[in-house]
Design a protein around this ligand. Structure first.
Ligand code: IVH
Length: 699
C-alpha cells in the first residue's frame, strides 16, 4: 500500500486542519495539472500525483461539507440531473460575419472607418486570433472561484453545464494573480484535438457507437453529457478570448485583456498578434495558413478584433454579429478520392440533394466519406460520374464538397448518373419552382424523410424549443406513429391517457420525465409570432427573415391573410410582400407555394386550435421606445449609421421621411427639405450636440 495513503488513514485530523489541507491539496494538484496538461512537463511521477489525489479524496470523504469549489475531485465528474437548466446570458453571445478574401477584408476596414467617421488613411489596430473550430462557452467566476458555466445556446440563453466544464483540465477552477474582479465572466472556445478525436472515434466504432463527424461535434457531444464522468473521460480543452465584469472595464485593449486572462491562469491561444496595418493582417493570414497545417487542433480562419475596446463599444452590434470583429476564413482543405456511388437525399423542405458516397479519405485531419453534389445541374456541370476520382474539400461547418473530377484518372468503367423525376422516399413527382434549380418533393408531412426532419425542426431550439422533443425522441415518436404532424405534439398528453402502454411506462421514461415533457409542451402553447413563422419550416424563411415578417405583420392573422390573398393573385398584396425590407422575390414565392399546399394550410389551421400566438411587440422599456427619429443634414461627430445604431439601441425607430408621427428631427449641417418639412409640421428639431447629450444621459 502506498505510504501516503496509510499516513492519511492513520492520522486523525480536525476540521480546521482538514480545511487547510484541502486548500493546500487543491492548489498543489492544480499546479501539477498545469505542469502535466498544459506545460507537458510534469515534476512528479504518476504515482505521486495519484497519491495526492487520493489524499484529497479521503479527506473529502471524511468532511464532505468541506469540499471546495476548486476541489480537484470535480475534475472526475459525477452523474448528474436529468436535464440541464437554462442560463440567461448577461449579454448575448454573438456570432461573427465572415470574409473570404483580401478585398472583402479591406471592405470590412472601410466600413469600420465609415461607421466611425474616420478618414480613409486612419489605421485601426486589430488583434488577430486563430478562429478555433469548437464551440463557445461562458464561465462565471465569483471571487475568483468558478461557479457557473454555460453553452452558447441560441445566443440569449444557454444550458448550465457547470459540472461538465469543471472536468476540463485547462479551465482553472480557482483563479490566480492580481486584480481579479469579484464578479467575472469569461468566454472562450471548447475544442478537441484532432488526434484525440480520431482516437475517440476508433474506440466508439469498436463499441458499435456512432462516430462523431468532426472534432467540433465530438467536443460538443462531450459537453452535453448528463453524466459528467463521461465528459471527464473525454480530452477536451479550452482557450479563453473574452472577459467582462459587472465592476467595469477590465482592460483598454483586447491585447491587454488576453494578457490578463493568461495571468489569471487561462489558456490563451499563443498565436494571437496585434496587427497595426492591413498589410500586417494579410501577412499574418498567410503565415497562419501555413501554421495551421502543423497544429493539432482545427482552426478555420482568423478572428480580427478591433484592439481598442472603447471603439468596440462604439461600433456595437448589427443583427447577431458585432461590427468590431470579423472572421477571415481560410481556404478549404482538399484531398482526392473515388466516388463509389451517387444517392439522393430528401431535405427538410423537400429539396432533393444528390450525395456522392466516397471511399473514406482524410481531409484536414478528418475522415470524409460523403460529399454533397447540390443538384442535378451541378452533377452535369462538374461531370461527376460513379467511379470517378474527385478532389473533395471541407470548410469548417460546411458539408464536404466535390471541387472537380480528376479527368486524367477517369476509367472507361465510369458511369453517368441519371437523375430521376420522382422522390426517392415517397415516389411523388418532383417539382421545380420556376427560376430555381433545385427539384423538390411537395409531399410535406406525407413524405417520411421530410416529415421527420420538419418535426425535429419544429421543436428545435430556435423554433418552438421543446425540451424532450430532440432528434432521438422525435424519431421514436414518429416511428411509432405517435407524432406525425406538429398538431400531434399538442394532443399527445391527452392521447397518451388512452395508450395501452403510456409513455411514462416506457423503458428509460418514468412519471417525472413524462411530466417534464407535458410541461415543456404546455409552456409553448403561447408563443411569439417570429418563432412560429420560423418553426413552420417554409423554404428560405430562416430566423432573421421570420423576425422581419413578424415585425411587419405584427400578428399571425395578418400574415396568413396576406399570403392567402397573394396566391389569389392580388397584385397589391404581392407587392406588399416583396416590399418588406429583407424579403426577396424568391422568398415571397416560397411562402406563397408553401401555403398553396393544402396539407400545410390544414396543419397551420390545426395548430392554431392549440396555440396562442403572441403578436410582435416593440421593446417598451428603453429610454426612446415608441419614438420615431429622423436624421437629416450631415452630422459632424459620428456617421449616420452610428447615429441610427445609437437610436435603435435605445429603442427608437429611425424614419427616412418626416411626418406628423415623427417624434423629433436631428438636424446636422446643411439640412434641407426634411428640416423644412419638420418646421411646417411643427415637429421638434434638435442639433447634433443635443442628440449626443441625450445619448449620454440615456446611457
Ligand atoms: S470572439 C463576437 N474569438 O467563432 C462573437 N470567437 O463565428 C465571437 N470562435 O461563436 C467571439 N475562435 O464560438 C471569438 N478567437 C476567437 C474565436 C471565436 C473561435 C468562435 C466562437 C463564436 C464563433 C463565431
Amino acid at each position: 500500500m502506498p505510504r501516503v495513503q496509510r499516513e492519511s488513514l492513520d492520522i486523525q485530523v480536525d476540521r480546521a486542519q482538514a480545511a487547510k489541507e484541502l486548500e493546500r491539496l487543491a492548489k498543489l494538484i492544480a499546479y501539477h495539472d498545469q505542469r502535466y496538461f498544459t506545460a507537458a512537463n510534469p515534476e512528479i511521477t504518476d504515482e505521486q500525483y495519484d497519491a495526492l489525489r487520493r489524499q484529497n479524496q479521503e479527506l473529502e470523504a471524511q468532511f464532505p461539507d468541506l469540499r471546495r469549489l476548486d476541489s480537484p475531485s470535480h475534475r472526475i465528474g459525477s452523474p448528474v440531473a436529468s436535464q440541464f437548466d437554462k442560463v440567461k446570458h448577461r449579454k448575448p453571445m454573438l456570432s461573427l460575419d465572415n470574409v473570404f478574401n483580401e478585398k472583402e477584408f479591406l471592405d470590412f476596414g472601410k466600413k469600420l472607418r465609415r461607421f466611425l467617421k474616420m478618414p480613409e488613411d486612419v489605421v485601426i489596430p486589430m488583434v488577430a486570433e486563430p478562429k478555433i473550430d469548437g464551440l463557445s462557452a461562458s464561465l462565471h467566476y465569483q471571487d475568483g472561484q468558478f461557479v457557473l458555466g454555460a453553452t452558447r445556446g441560441d445566443g440569449q440563453e444557454g444550458e448550465n453545464i457547470t459540472a461538465n466544464l469543471r472536468t476540463v483540465r485547462d479551465l482553472p477552477l480557482s483563479l490566480v494573480g492580481d486584480s481579479i474582479p469579484a464578479s467575472l465572466e469569461i468566454r472562450g472556445e471548447v475544442y478537441m484535438a484532432i488526434a484525440d478525436f480520431e482516437k475517440l472515434n476508433e474506440s466508439r466504432k469498436q463499441l458499435d457507437e456512432q462516430p462523431f463527424a468532426n472534432p467540433r461535434n465530438a467536443a460538443a457531444g462531450s459537453l452535453r453529457q448528463l453524466d459528467s464522468t463521461v465528459t471527464a473521460s473525454r480530452p477536451i480543452h479550452f482557450f479563453a478570448y473574452y472577459a467582462q465584469s459587472l465592476e467595469g472595464n477590465i482592460a483598454e485593449t483586447q491585447e491587454e485583456l488576453l494578457k490578463k486572462l493568461l495571468s489569471w491562469g487561462f489558456m490563451v491561444n499563443p498565436y494571437h498578434k496585434v496587427c497595426k496595418t492591413t498589410d500586417d493582417v494579410i501577412q499574418y493570414y498567410q503565415t497562419m495558413q501555413e501554421v495551421r497545417k502543423t497544429l493539432d487542433y482545427e482552426i478555420d480562419g482568423l478572428v480580427l478584433k478591433t484592439n481598442d475596446l472603447r471603439l468596440q463599444e462604439r461600433l456595437g452590434v448589427v443583427g447577431r454579429a458585432p461590427r468590431h470583429s470579423i472572421a477571415f476564413k481560410f481556404a478549404a482543405q482538399q484531398a482526392e478520392t473515388i466516388v463509389d456511388d451517387i444517392i439522393l437525399q430528401v431535405g427538410r423542405t423537400g429539396v432533393i440533394t444528390p450525395v456522392a458516397v466516397l471511399q473514406p479519405v482524410i481531409v484536414g485531419g478528418v475522415t470524409v466519406s460523403r460529399a454533397t453534389l447540390h443538384n442535378e445541374e451541378e452533377i452535369r456541370r462538374k461531370d461527376v460520374r460513379i467511379k470517378d476520382s474527385v478532389i473533395v474539400q471541407r470548410a469548417g461547418d460546411v458539408i464536404p464538397q466535390i471541387v472537380r473530377v480528376n479527368i486524367d484518372k477517369r476509367s472507361i468503367s465510369s458511369v453517368v448518373y441519371n437523375f430521376t423525376d420522382t422522390c426517392p422516399c415517397c415516389n411523388s413527382t418532383l417539382y421545380q419552382t420556376p427560376g430555381q434549380i433545385a427539384k423538390r418533393c411537395l409531399n410535406g408531412f406525407s413524405c417520411e424523410d421530410q416529415a421527420i426532419q420538419r418535426l425535429i425542426h419544429f421543436a428545435s431550439r430556435d423554433a418552438l424549443n421543446i425540451d424532450g422533443l430532440g432528434e432521438r425522441n422525435m424519431a421514436r415518436f414518429y416511428g411509432l406513429n405517435i407524432i406525425s404532424t406538429p398538431v400531434d405534439i399538442f394532443t399527445l398528453e391527452q392521447r397518451n391517457k388512452t395508450f395501452d402502454e403510456p409513455i411514462e411506462k416506457w423503458e428509460g421514461w418514468g412519471k417525472q420525465s413524462a411530466q417534464n415533457l407535458w410541461d415543456a409542451i404546455n409552456k409553448v402553447r403561447v408563443l411569439p409570432l417570429d418563432r412560429l413563422i420560423f418553426a413552420l419550416g417554409i423554404p428560405q424563411i430562416g430566423q432573421t427573415t421570420a423576425k422581419l415578417l413578424a415585425k411587419h405583420f405584427i400578428n399571425f392573422e395578418r400574415f396568413l391573410e396576406t399570403i392567402l390573398k397573394a396566391f389569389q393573385n392580388d397584385s397589391l398584396v404581392q407587392k406588399e410582400l416583396m416590399n418588406i425590407e429583407g424579403i426577396g422575390h424568391g422568398m415571397a414565392r416560397d411562402m406563397i407555394d408553401f401555403f398553396q399546399q393544402k396539407h400545410n394550410l390544414q396543419m397551420v389551421e390545426g395548430l392554431l386550435k392549440h396555440i396562442q400566438v403572441i403578436p410582435h411587440t416593440v421593446e417598451e422599456n428603453l429610454p426612446l421606445s415608441g419614438k420615431t427619429i429622423v436624421f437629416t443634414g450631415s452630422l459632424q461627430q459620428i456617421s449616420r449609421s452610428e447615429a441610427k445604431a445609437q437610436a435603435e439601441k435605445l429603442g427608437a425607430k429611425v424614419g427616412s421621411a418626416v411626418s406628423a408621427n415623427t417624434s423629433f428631427v436631428v438636424a446636422g449641417n446643411d439640412a434641407g427639405q426634411k428640416l423644412k418639412a419638420a418646421k411646417q409640421l411643427g415637429v421638434e428639431v434638435i442639433t447634433e450636440e443635443d442628440w449626443q447629450d441625450m445619448i449620454r444621459k440615456a446611457g
